[in-house]
Write a protein that binds this ligand. Structure first.
Ligand code: ADP
Ligand code: 5GP
Length: 210
């Protein structure tokens, strides 16, 4: 049983470009929330800083961390490795910090299957439409149209994982989406009532994949 003094684990996943990194950063401004910084073998984007957005490492370093069993979870995503080291996360949860994870469905599955003694709330973020998603990806990865196209191809496969999450939230208006997530976290932690329409989400997913 999770102790009331321990922090809560909050996972946000989404098809690439739907806005989870932006939302995780907004959520981290709340009192007592911290982002779990992942290791990755991918190259930094111009806007990213080492040790803040990610620990950017070479593949041999990542493989050493795997061999030393330092990862709580790790996965290969778009031909790069990404992973969450266990110790910093567990230390902070034990100190009562709520930890935000910006990780893909493979990582979310691994954390879920570990059945750790901490409360876990999982969110899957969806874009309002495929067109908006492509626009967001193209704007973000401006230098490399191929990246946006590759990630759009992956969308149809990634979106199918929505079903394994506690909540699915549509990121149309950023502030509204943030506040929806904030309210759901609050309701989960404090056993409050939840404003959540699962049927609406199902029909939105159907529109996205049709
Ligand atoms: P992800 O982490 O899911 O891949 P990002 O958070 O990097 O996605 O968002 C992709 C791009 O879309 C970024 O350039 C971000 O600023 C932008 N973005 C995110 N949410 C919104 C929104 N609600 N409206 C408009 N642009 C958004
Ligand atoms: P990006 O390259 O856009 O930063 O991230 C690509 C994908 O990798 C996103 O779905 C992101 O959530 C995921 N990701 C980032 N860090 C981790 C991690 O530590 N573990 C796993 N499994 N996925 C991660």
């Amino acid at each position: 049983m999770p102790s009331v003094n321990d922090g809560v684990m909050i996972v946000l996943s989404s098809p690439s470009g739907a806005g989870k990194t932006t939302l995780v950063k907004m959520l981290s401004k709340m009192d007592n929330y911290e982002i779990s910084i992942s290791h990755t073998t991918r190259q930094p984007r111009p806007s990213e800083t080492n040790n803040k957005d990610y620990y950017f490492v070479k593949e041999d370093v990542f493989k050493r961390l795997i061999n030393n069993q330092e990862f709580l979870e790790y996965a290969k995503v778009f031909s790069n490795f990404y992973g969450t080291t266990r110790t910093p996360v567990i230390d902070k949860l034990n100190k009562g910090k709520n930890i935000l994870f910006d990780i893909d469905w493979q990582g979310a599955d691994q954390i879920k299957n570990k059945k750790l003694d901490y409360k876990l709330i999982t969110f899957f973020i969806l874009p309002p439409s495929r067109e908006v998603l492509f626009e967001r990806l193209s704007n973000r990865d401006m230098k490399d149209k191929l990246i946006a196209e590759e990630r759009m191809k992956q969308f149809d496969r990634d979106v199918l994982h929505w079903i394994n999450y506690d909540y699915v939230v549509i990121n149309d208006n950023l502030e509204k989406c943030f506040s929806k997530i904030e309210n759901l976290i609050d309701a989960e932690i404090n056993n409050g009532s939840k404003d959540y329409d699962a049927e609406y989400i199902r029909s939105h997913v159907n529109k996205l994949i049709s």
